[in-house]
Write a protein that binds this ligand. Structure first.
Ligand code: SF4
Ligand code: SF4
Length: 146
């Protein structure tokens, strides 16, 4: 049973690697014409990620929300929109502090980019009338005979 689990994981990793290798650069990031999550959720994180505390996020782009956490300005309100988001949601967007963004931004994966659905990505897109990203379809030419 344990061996079957290991083989399945190895197979799944191989499929993911194949998907990444087969994905053209122009299709690499659906986020470039989305930006919905940056305009939907409160983007909060530990204050220690701010530049003045040794982190990367510029202090003047955050607001304190409790003794230990800050949020990106613009995301602690409704409607939300991060102050660092540039462009138009659903058209063309980018993050003006991409290299300095917080861990919560770095760890938020678009659906299927890591081989799994992200329901929060789907929810953010839905809030802007955008369809959920589709799971990749594989068409592999495998030899029929063993
Ligand atoms: S909602 Fe999903 S696809 Fe859109 S920018 Fe965020 S992670 Fe990317
Ligand atoms: S810092 Fe950048 S990635 Fe994070 S929510 Fe704002 S625009 Fe999005």
């Amino acid at each position: 049973m344990a061996m079957a689990r290991i083989e399945w994981r190895a197979f799944r990793s191989t499929l993911l690697l194949l998907f990444l290798l087969m994905t053209p650069m122009s299709e690499a990031s659906p986020c470039l014409n989305c930006g919905a999550c940056c305009s939907h959720f409160r983007v909060s994180f530990f204050w220690g990620e701010c530049a003045s505390s040794g982190g990367t996020v510029p202090d003047d782009l955050v607001v304190q929300i409790n003794p230990s956490r800050v949020a990106m300005i613009g995301t602690d309100q409704k409607p939300a929109r991060c102050c660092s988001l540039e462009g138009e949601v659903g058209q063309a967007t980018s993050c003006s502090i991409y290299e300095q963004r917080s861990s919560v931004c770095r760890e938020f994966d678009s659906s299927w980019s890591q081989g799994e659905q992200n329901v929060d990505c789907d929810a953010a897109r839905a809030a802007f009338g955008l369809a959920p990203l589709e799971a990749p379809h594989f068409e592999l030419d495998l030899p029929i005979s063993a």
